[in-house]
Ligand binder design. Structure first.
Ligand SMILES: Cc1ncc(COP(=O)(O)O)c(C=O)c1O
Length: 475
């Protein structure tokens, strides 16, 4: 294990930095007497900061941080995978990055081709019939999917009765939130002792009032639900739709697909399954795919290929736009590059590797923490530190202090003292072994020793309660 010490600067806010170089600012000199003085703005408070100070400020902040470029980042459910630099390089090419969204179609044929091909690849990968690239993040993809479901029942004049969306208790928090934002009541059902959908509970919950059942498969416990065909049958037999949260699609690429499982609506988290940066609030991209019966409810524009080239089809815009212009084009471009570079075999191999790494790690740490629910896992594994007598929070701080990122903790909510670990396909065996050693060290440390950490990071142990209750994000 490398020794680790994070940089620590007493860094001021950028507005408090005063550069040695001064620049001309807007001032009273511009008062030419034409605009009445009462209407004149005061001198704007634009900070006067030289480029070198700005660059150094942000470089110092980055050194006080941890990232996928620094080391292993096994944040379960968030899929912080390494993003290859070729994708960044392609996305920074000026003819892409400086493209104006209002340019005429004939002059942006290459850009439209990238979008068209990405739509086709996503259809192929998911076995769905139509795709919109518009939504800007997983949660927004979910909301788009829910609004499509809403529109579908509105057009069928069933919306007044179909007021409910059913979710399992292992669902990511954005699922019930999106359902509620889309105007539905959320009905939660329990998982069974295998961590999958309790079919009896589902049969009871899905009724003529149900609009949809939202799940991710494999779920947030990293478990693939083998009853998915039966689930689809139960949901469809009541006239409801099946929604696939594609955040965990990186576990099944090229192996199975939401279309084959019987789903009607899918969102893809491009920042989890393909190569695009993730975190810090964006930018993300979450295209939405649907089957034939919902195809004309997708938000436009959709890119089509005609006889004289590619064009933007805005004809079916029953839902309206969900984002401005064409979504996060830079993110879509990175995902397209990643798919092209990997090809079908490469994508499938990535899923195999992600699954192998998760199971290898599960086996290694199982002597120190209990692996939640038996059997093989897919891309992520949930462990509980409950029996070890050590808190997941303390284990996480210990790991951070040794120069690795901590796993997600206390999620999914159905596992006590949960450590949710997602190694991804690019982790090395060396990192997996080092991570397992850290878990062992943490679990076998005394409580007193554990509480001292972290000491090697830019910030020590925070007062978590105060940070939650007394949230001050600016000065
Ligand atoms: C299972 C699952 N669904 C949905 C989301 C939401 O995606 P996003 O963070 O892009 O909004 C996440 C995000 O972590 C997730 O893990």
């Amino acid at each position: 294990m490398m020794s680790y010490k994070q940089a620590k600067y007493d860094e001021p806010f950028i507005k408090d930095l005063q550069s040695r170089t001064s620049f001309e600012t807007i001032s009273e000199d511009y008062d030419d007497g034409i605009v009445p003085s009462a209407m004149l703005n005061k001198e704007p408070k634009v900070p006067v900061i030289a480029e070198y100070d700005v660059v150094r400020h942000f470089t110092r902040l980055s050194q006080m941080n941890y990232s996928v470029d620094t080391g292993f980042y096994p944040l379960g459910s968030c899929t912080m995978k390494f993003n290859p630099k070729y994708a960044d390089k392609i996305a920074s090419m000026p003819f892409f990055s400086e493209m104006h969204p209002l340019r005429p179609e004939w002059s942006v044929q290459g850009t439209l081709r990238v979008m068209f091909e990405l739509q086709e690849y996503l259809k192929e990968i998911s076995d769905m019939d139509e795709v919109s690239l518009q939504p800007l993040a997983g949660a927004q993809g979910e909301l788009t999917g829910v609004l499509i479901i809403r529109k579908y029942f509105e057009l069928r004049k069933e919306l007044s009765t179909r007021r409910e969306i059913v979710v399992p208790d292992s669902a990511h928090g954005t699922n019930p939130a999106s359902a509620a934002m889309g105007g539905f009541n959320v009905v939660e059902i329990p998982s069974n002792d295998k961590g999958t959908v309790d079919l009896d509970a589902l049969r009871y919950a899905v009724t003529d009032r149900t609009a949809a059942f939202m799940i991710t498969n494999p779920n947030t416990l990293g478990i693939f639900d083998p009853n998915i065909s039966e689930i689809a049958e139960i949901v469809h037999s009541k006239g409801a739709l099946l929604y696939y949260d594609g955040a965990n699609l990186n576990a099944i690429l090229g192996i199975t697909s939401p279309g084959l499982m019987g789903f009607d609506v899918v969102h893809f988290n491009l920042h989890k399954t393909f190569a695009t940066p993730h975190g810090g609030g964006g930018p993300g991209a979450a295209p939405v795919a649907v089957n034939r019966k919902l195809a004309d409810l997708l938000p436009g524009p959709i890119v089509r290929k005609g006889e004289s080239g590619y064009y933007l089809d805005r004809s079916n815009n029953k839902l309206g736009n969900i984002a401005s212009f064409y979504g996060s084009f830079g993110v879509l471009l990175r995902a397209w590059s990643y798919i092209k570079r990997n090809g079908s075999d490469g994508l499938k191999m990535n899923s195999y590797r992600a699954v192998l790494n998760a199971n290898y790690l599960a086996k290694k740490i199982s002597k120190d923490v209990r692996i939640s629910h038996t059997g093989l896992k897919k891309h992520e594994v949930v462990a509980s530190s409950e029996e070890s007598g050590k808190r997941a929070l303390d284990i996480a701080k210990f790991i951070i202090d040794a120069g690795m990122h901590a796993p997600t903790i206390y999620f999914p909510l159905i596992v006590k003292e949960a450590l949710m670990i997602e190694p991804t396909e690019t982790v090395t065996k060396r990192d997996l072994d080092a991570f397992a050693d850290l878990i062992h060290e943490a679990v076998t440390s005394t409580q007193e020793e554990l509480h001292k950490h972290p000491v090697n990071t830019a910030s020590g142990r925070l007062d978590e309660v105060k940070a939650t209750r007394d949230l001050v994000l600016k000065r």
